[in-house]
Design a protein around this ligand. Structure first.
Ligand SMILES: [Ca+2]
Ligand SMILES: [Ca+2]
Ligand SMILES: [Ca+2]
Length: 382
């Protein structure tokens, strides 16, 4: 069953998007939800005036319409339909090129030839949404600091309201690949990718939209083209004490492939409370069954993983932690001094075992339920 979707996304594997489709299976990842980065720092409540903006230079370095004063393209809601994993909300454009959530558009442009853009479109309620979303893409082929007009090969408004029927997107993330003719110069350009819900854009790349996300990408030197990062799945892994579970380590959307992984330099895989082992690109976490100590509580463990990327593992190394939550439960404690059940304890134990069955099985998201892998990932060309 796993073979079918893998075949369906072979073209993405070639492009280095290994593992991107796994994202379609991620539901309720607590730290991956959209966040308000401006307020995350200040601790303030989200105000009515916040939007997601683009972050192309709007000032001396370029005249791109990014800031509020320039009527920069912006979206009010970012959790109906958005690009990649995350979106930010800010009071004004984050100048320049410092939006942390530009993670859902990839341009594969060949000078004056037919080219492809990849949009990773994420939706909140797959199978339950109605209406349309629109994809737009603007590229500054002539490098004059604006998205306007055309060069000798192509218009700078390269994808024009490419429609997505949201009712037909049954996966949380789908990839859309509109095609276009690229301009003459395709190197070191600024481009803007936008998804909007129900509303169309125009050639100005400006305006306020009720829902969606705006992502701007700046010029990259050849050395900066490569990207290395990974994520843990599930994150967190939740297990009961005395049991074990596995966490897969997967490369991000645009990351170079993982070469191998090992524990972080200061991480102790074995101690009285746990045994952690790495095999292939997965680690298993076993919580010691001696580790039964009331009261009922959740104990987080942080497993430091160091991943090497690229050919021979020599291109890059990234180290970060995956979280494992061990649920300690009084229900397993034997209390020999009591020969009869105390009535109040019976429902308590039932409740806890009910909670236990609801706890996410470490295996089920990838290997049993895997709804994304049941259907081929949406890959739509026009
Ligand atoms: Ca943005
Ligand atoms: Ca994004
Ligand atoms: Ca231009």
């Amino acid at each position: 069953m796993n073979q079918k979707p893998i075949a369906a996304v072979v073209s993405f594997l070639v492009l280095g998007f290994v593992g991107y489709f796994i994202f379609g299976n991620i539901i309720n990842k607590p730290y991956k939800t959209n966040f308000d980065s401006s307020n995350a720092l200040s601790g303030k409540q989200t105000s009515e005036t916040n939007f997601d903006f683009g972050d192309a230079p709007d000032g001396k370095q370029g005249q791109f319409p990014s800031r509020l004063i320039s009527n920069g393209a912006r979206t009010k809601k970012t959790d109906d339909v958005w690009l990649g994993l995350v979106a930010t909300i800010e009071k004004d454009s984050k100048q320049v090129n410092i939006d942390e959530a530009d993670d859902g558009v990839k341009l594969n442009a060949t000078s004056c030839k037919q080219s492809t853009a990849y949009f990773f479109v994420r939706i909140k309620n797959p199978g339950k949404m109605k209406g349309a979303a629109y994809l737009n893409l603007y590229a500054d082929w002539n490098k004059d600091g604006r998205w306007r007009g055309s060069d000798e090969c192509a218009t700078e408004w390269i994808v024009q309201n490419f429609p997505i029927d949201l009712g037909k997107q049954t996966n949380e993330i789908a990839v859309y690949a509109p095609q276009f003719t690229a301009g003459k110069n395709t190197e070191k350009i600024w481009y803007r990718g936008v998804v909007t819900l129900d509303q169309k854009m125009d050639e100005t790349a400006t305006g306020e939209f009720a829902s969606g996300e705006v992502e701007d990408y700046g010029p990259k030197s050849p050395g900066e083209e490569k990207y290395y990062n990974f994520y843990c799945m599930p994150d967190p892994l939740t297990i009961n004490h005395g049991s074990k579970g596995g966490v897969k380590i997967l490369p991000d959307f645009f990351s170079e492939p993982i070469f191998d992984l090992q524990f972080g330099k200061n991480f102790k895989p074995k101690d009285p409370k746990r045994q952690v082992a790495i095999q292939n690109n997965t680690f298993t976490f076993e919580s010691s069954n001696k580790d039964i100590d009331p009261p009922k509580r959740s104990v987080p463990h942080f497993v430091d993983i160091r991943v090497r990327f690229g050919a021979g593992g020599k291109e890059a190394e990234v180290e970060k932690s995956c979280t494992v939550i061990v649920e300690h439960d009084e229900a397993t404690i034997k209390i020999p001094r009591r020969s009869f059940p105390i009535p109040s304890e019976i429902p308590q134990i039932k409740t806890e075992s009910g909670g236990t069955t609801k706890t996410e099985s470490p295996e089920s998201p990838q290997t049993e339920a895997h709804p994304i892998q049941e259907g081929a990932p949406a890959f739509i060309k026009n």
